[in-house]
Structures are given as C-alpha cells and as structure tokens.
Design a protein around this ligand. Structure first.
Ligand SMILES: Nc1nc2c(ncn2[C@@H]2O[C@H](COP(=O)(O)OP(=O)(O)OP(=O)(O)O)[C@@H](O)[C@H]2O)c(=O)[nH]1
Ligand SMILES: [Mg+2]
Length: 295
C-alpha cells in the first residue's frame, strides 16, 4: 500500500477545487467563478486497491486584507508543510504569469517533488497554450507537467496515476470509505456559501459567512436552520432580493444540493444578518470556524 498527502496550490480561480473533486470523484470542495471561493484546507481522500491519496485543497494565493485573509494564507502554508508532493495548478486558459513562476521557486525550496497541472485545456487554444507550456520547460524543481480539464475529466486519471509514485507512506491515514475530513455540517455550510457566491455579484460574496444554527435529523428528513452573515448593512437587501426573491432562490438551490448529499429530504430555513466587518472580528471568525481547524 502506498499512501500520502498531495497539496493542491495555485492562484485563485485556477481550478484547484474542481480538480480535487475530480480526483476523488465526489464534490467535497465548493466551486465558483469568483476568486477566493476556498477559504481553508479541505481534504479529499481517494482509496483504491493499492493506494490512499490524500489531496489537500487550499485557498488561492491572495493579498490578505483582513484577519480572514491572514487565516487563508496560513492555511496554504500549513497545507504544504508536510506533504509528499506539491501539485501546482495553473490556468492554461489565462496563461502563466511571473507570480506563478515565483511561487514554484518558493516551493522548490521545500525540497518536495513539484508537479504542475495546466488546467482548463478544454477552453484553451492550442496555439496560445504551446508558448505558455514552453515557459515551464527547464524550470528547476518541476518534476512533471500535465495538461488537464477537470471539468471534462480529461487527463485527470493519468495525472492521479502519475502522482502515486511520489507517495512515501505505507499506512492508511483514513478509513477506506472516507472521502473528506470534513463533517456534514461543514459541507452544508459550504454548499449554502457556494449558492450565495453563484447568486451575488461584486464584493458581496467575499464578505459572506454561514452559521449553521440547527441541523437535526427527524426520520428521513433533515431540519436545517442557517444564517447568511453579511459585513455591511447595504448588502442585506441585495442578498434578500425583491420581496425575498434572491434568498428564496439561494435556499432552493442549496436545499437541492444538500438533499443530494444527505440522500434525504431537507427543510432549510435561511436568515440574513449583518455583522459589520466580521472578517476582522476574532470572535466571529472563531464562531464561523475560521480560527481553529473545524471539521
Ligand atoms: N472550462 C473549464 N472551467 C473550469 C475547469 N476547472 C475549473 N473551471 C472553472 O473555473 C472556475 C474556478 O474553479 P475552482 O475550482 O473554484 O477554482 P479554485 O482554484 O479552487 O478557486 P479558489 O478556491 O477561489 O482559489 C469555476 O467557474 C470552474 O467551473 C476546467 O477544467 N475547464
Ligand atoms: Mg477552491
């Protein structure tokens, strides 16, 4: 049995979480077109006959502007601290920039194998992609480069098989049925946040936090009560929408996804509350699970 940890790092929006979900063939990490969708380390676990691969999803690199940003940066550092391999995801459609090359240089100093996944090749033009790939040629410390489309599931299996050779452990870290280290409660809060991210524009999504007030199973149904926390009074009417239309639509989409995950009926009640500047408020960060590792 070969086992080990692989950190998935890269710029915001590069496609890290989509790739993690594709590796483990289940949705464990939320995905959206907005940068900074992932806020903390999330493990995706893949176990087969001869290996257990623990993929560590991380927030995209960012310039921290508040205590939540500091927490996100720290979770990238923690994620790469003790892994067998670092998988750097680069958006092939966007092109490779200097920041990405300098990040690779930083990781090289850690002395762990670095593999690059050039993502989103389904929407990248080959003529544009080739010169971008040439930039990776001969970069010291990069063991291999793979081109993938996580959305279309192209090249993902080949990459996963290739990553196995970097695993250094021999004992399983998790049960063979585990797909993530996170609890259902955490996944529920993330699904609600994903639906807010998809529904709201501009700066609102960055200042949204989700508190689960109640999550109770009654027979084959779940009763869930959650609060969408926004950081400015002016954001509340936007998230509520005209006569509550926006929050109603967020609730419907969230309920459908949660029902799929829990394989049960769900009664979801959503509230919207303003907590000014909560991303700089230590007790709010703690309450929402952003100060200690939450499960
Ligand atoms: N066409 C295409 N789109 C993709 C692919 N992978 C991801 N995307 C899209 O790119 C956007 C960002 O994807 P995420 O997986 O959330 O990216 P991320 O790197 O985890 O982003 P952060 O968590 O914000 O750092 C989403 O709209 C995805 O649907 C891909 O292979 N092809
Ligand atoms: Mg992500």
């Amino acid at each position: 049995m070969k086992t080990g940890f692989i950190a998935i790092v890269g710029q915001a929006n590069a496609g890290k979480s989509t790739l993690l979900n594709s590796f483990v063939q289940q949705k464990v990490s939320i995905v959206s077109p907005k940068p900074q969708t992932t806020r903390e380390q999330i493990l995706g676990i893949w176990t087969d006959a001869d290996s257990q691969m623990v993929f560590v999803d991380t927030p995209g690199f960012l310039h921290s502007k508040n205590a939540l940003g500091d927490y996100m940066l720290k979770s990238i550092d923690n994620a790469v601290a003790d892994v067998d391999c670092i998988l750097v995801v680069i958006d092939g459609h966007d092109g490779i920039d200097e920041r990405e090359l300098s990040q690779i240089e930083r990781y090289r100093k850690k002395g762990v194998p670095i593999v690059v996944a050039v993502s989103k090749i389904d929407i990248s033009q080959p003529a544009k992609l080739m010169p971008e790939l040439a930039k990776l040629n001969g970069i010291e410390g990069v063991s291999e480069v793979y081109c993938v489309s996580a959305k279309r599931n192209n090249g993902v299996e080949e990459l996963k098989q290739a990553l196995k050779k970097y695993l250094t452990g021999t004992e399983m870290y998790f049960d063979e049925d585990d797909v993530t280290d996170k609890s259902q409660r955490f996944v529920v809060s993330e699904i609600i946040r994903e639906k807010v991210l998809l529904a709201c524009q501009n700066e609102i999504p960055h200042g949204v936090g989700i508190a689960i007030n109640k999550m109770q199973q009654n027979g084959n149904a779940w009763d869930i009560d959650a609060t969408v926390i926004v950081e400015k009074a002016s954001h509340k009417p936007i998230v509520l929408g005209k006569q509550g239309a926006m929050i109603k639509s967020i609730g419907t989409h969230a309920r459908e996804s949660i029902e799929k995950m829990l394989e049960a009926n769900v009664y979801l009640t959503l509230w919207v509350k303003v907590k000014e500047d909560w991303r700089n408020n230590p007790s709010m960060l703690n309450e929402l699970g952003y100060s200690n590792r939450r499960k």
